[in-house]
Ligand binder design. Structure first.
Ligand SMILES: [Zn+2]
Length: 211
């Protein structure tokens, strides 16, 4: 995480409820590493053997990457907008944004793609920002339904467009590698706001892009 985003987070953490977790006290790293060691022993292995000796450290480091979304405020990512758009008021869609998340019930990977579209109301946001919004929410413990709603809601709140549409398709490893064991199945969720909810034609135009 860069110094700049740390400073930004401090500024926005109190004002925004979307930066969930940023106000919670994190345990020291040593405690996290100890917990991983316990899980290795719970799995049935010898946490002290050569191959596993450094694993708790590596897992703690991986957690910093997998869950970095707690330290980022999605609303602030969308603050910078462009208004010189010559009256552009058609659909803007970023398609098939690949993401990796973790389910909050098993901490197992959720691997999927997101389609994010909106129809602007006088201002647009840089397209990379839409991908970053997906990532901020993906890099937290999630359920897909909530993540879909969060992405649509923050775009609606900050950009105040004519409408927002989000579709997510993802494979949940908690059901492909355990439990019901159904590899290849995808969960599909969607949230339609504004003109995407009100107009079947607009909604269809968006959904035609989802494969
Ligand atoms: Zn799960």
């Amino acid at each position: 995480m860069s110094n700049r985003s740390k400073t930004d987070d401090k500024k926005t953490a109190q004002a925004s409820t979307s930066a969930v977790g940023s106000s919670l006290a994190r345990p020291p790293r040593a405690e996290a590493e100890k917990a991983v060691e316990t899980l290795i022993r719970w799995a049935g292995d010898d946490a002290g053997r050569d191959g596993l000796h450094e694993t708790p450290k590596r897992v703690a480091k991986a957690f910093e990457e997998w869950f970095r979304g707690y330290g980022e405020d999605p609303a602030s990512i969308l603050q910078k907008t462009f208004e010189e758009i010559e009256g552009y008021d058609e659909m803007i869609t970023l398609q098939a944004i690949r993401f990796e998340s973790h389910c909050e019930h098993h901490m197992a990977p959720i691997i999927g793609r997101a389609w994010v579209g909106y129809i602007p109301n006088g201002r647009v946001v840089g397209i990379s920002k839409l991908a970053r919004i997906v990532d901020v929410y993906a890099k937290r413990l999630q359920i897909q339904e909530k993540m879909t709603a969060q992405i649509a809601n923050v775009i609606e709140e900050v950009l105040q467009p004519q409408g927002v549409a989000v579709v997510i398709k993802a494979e949940h490893h908690c059901m492909t590698s355990r439990g019901v064991m159904k590899p290849g199945t995808e969960l599909v969720t969607s949230r339609m706001l504004g003109c995407f909810r009100d107009s079947a034609i607009t909604r269809q135009e968006f959904l035609a892009m989802v494969d």
